[in-house]
Design a protein around this ligand. Structure first.
Ligand code: SAH
Length: 350
């Protein structure tokens, strides 16, 4: 039994079984033993690999997107470049470099704000991002003003609730404790319309709260947000909670705090919450559609032009990983939300 399991065991003994969102929040964010509090989970040697860690091209194309949006806002002379859950700071470093090269006036206008709870990852970000960068524990702490906001694989780490339909009623899914350790079970009845016997649905008040406040900021202070994550555009995929360790799936109740616990993002729910906050939400694209429209192929062939055969083969693998349908291309979605007066940013509209 690890130390977080002992903490959770005591909590369950005192309060009863934990709803999935509470369990997920503690596994990832417990101040001492939470997954993100104790390690840098990214990279080949870690538990998972994200798009910015696959290739610099990902961040470069997003930097170009930021520059175009800023231009369409009328080039405000001060703008916050905000990232939610910046990991190792790789995406922001690539975005900043691309902005420096393609839009020096934006480079002058922006101040960088990172929303990050992990002390380990804050240290990694500090190393990667020299110069003036500010850290915040939540979006609410970022100073007011127009912004460009980026979030890659952030929302999947924000807890979800799960409910399950049994005996003609919905019940909260919970984590309890039995002789064999932490076990999934059913808790209190929940009021919720519809559903068939055995259905599982995921709800995320925590994600929606963040999305609503993001929407309020975009509406109130101007700007745009780009949200990228694995997930679905419609309802009904059921149970998507997953634990990943060393690039493999493990049971979600196994060694809590030692694996990355995530759930797919419901982009429809996220879009509704952004809109409820006052932002305009454009229909989401797949990562493949977004990256190809932003010039993925041209950028990769330019990098490959000066490369030897081995390096060119590696670039081809990276490009495929980001955009092929069977790899990240279709599972990952890209959603843009903007202030209401902004024209639809390329490539989200006609
Ligand atoms: N965007 C990065 C990292 C993704 S991992 C990339 O694409 O490589 C998830 C990131 O979100 C980590 O930086 C993690 O520490 C951060 N995070 C998780 N929960 C958070 C929370 N509640 N508030 C702020 N950051 C959080």
């Amino acid at each position: 039994m690890n130390r977080l399991e002992a903490v959770l065991g005591r909590l369950i003994a005192e309060e009863g079984p934990l709803p999935i969102d509470r369990y997920m929040g503690l596994c990832l964010g417990h101040p001492q033993f939470g997954y993100y509090m104790t390690r840098d989970p990214l990279g080949e040697k870690g538990d998972f690999l994200t798009a910015p860690e696959v290739s610099q091209v990902f961040g470069e194309l997003i930097g170009v997107w930021c520059a175009a949006v800023w231009a369409s806002m009328g080039r405000p002379r001060h703008i916050n470049l905000v990232e939610l859950g910046p990991g190792r700071g790789t995406l922001m470093a690539d975005v900043r470099r691309a902005i420096g090269q393609t839009a020096p006036a934006l480079a002058q206008a922006l101040s960088i704000h990172l929303v990050e709870t992990s002390p380990v990852l804050r240290a990694a970000q500090r190393e990667r991002l020299d110069g003036v960068v500010e850290w915040h524990a939540s979006l609410a702490d970022v100073p007011d003003g127009p912004m460009l906001c980026l979030a890659n694989e952030f929302f999947d780490a924000i807890p979800v609730r799960q409910i399950e339909r049994r005996g003609g009623r919905w019940h909260e899914r919970v984590v309890g404790l039995t002789d064999s350790g932490l076990t999934l079970g059913l808790g209190l009845e929940v009021e919720q319309p519809g559903g068939e016997e055995g259905d599982v649905a995921e709800l995320s008040p925590a994600r929606e709260e963040i999305a609503r406040s993001l929407g309020r900021r975009l509406a109130g202070h101007g700007g745009a947000a780009l949200i990228i994550d694995y997930g679905h555009l419609g309802a009904g995929p059921g149970d998507t909670l997953q634990a990943m360790r060393g690039h493999r799936f493990v049971p979600v109740t196994h060694a809590p705090g030692e694996s990355d616990l995530t759930a797919h993002v419901d982009f429809a729910a996220l879009g509704r919450a952004l809109a409820a906050g006052g932002a305009v939400v454009r229909p989401a694209l797949t990562q493949r559609q977004f990256l190809l429209a932003m010039g993925l192929e041209t950028r990769f062939s330019r990098l490959a032009a000066g490369a030897d055969a081995a390096a060119a083969a590696q670039l081809a693998r990276q490009q495929a990983r980001l955009a092929e349908e069977a790899q990240m291309g279709n599972l990952f979605k890209v959603l843009a939300a903007t202030m209401p007066t902004l024209p639809t940013p390329y490539p989200f509209g006609p």
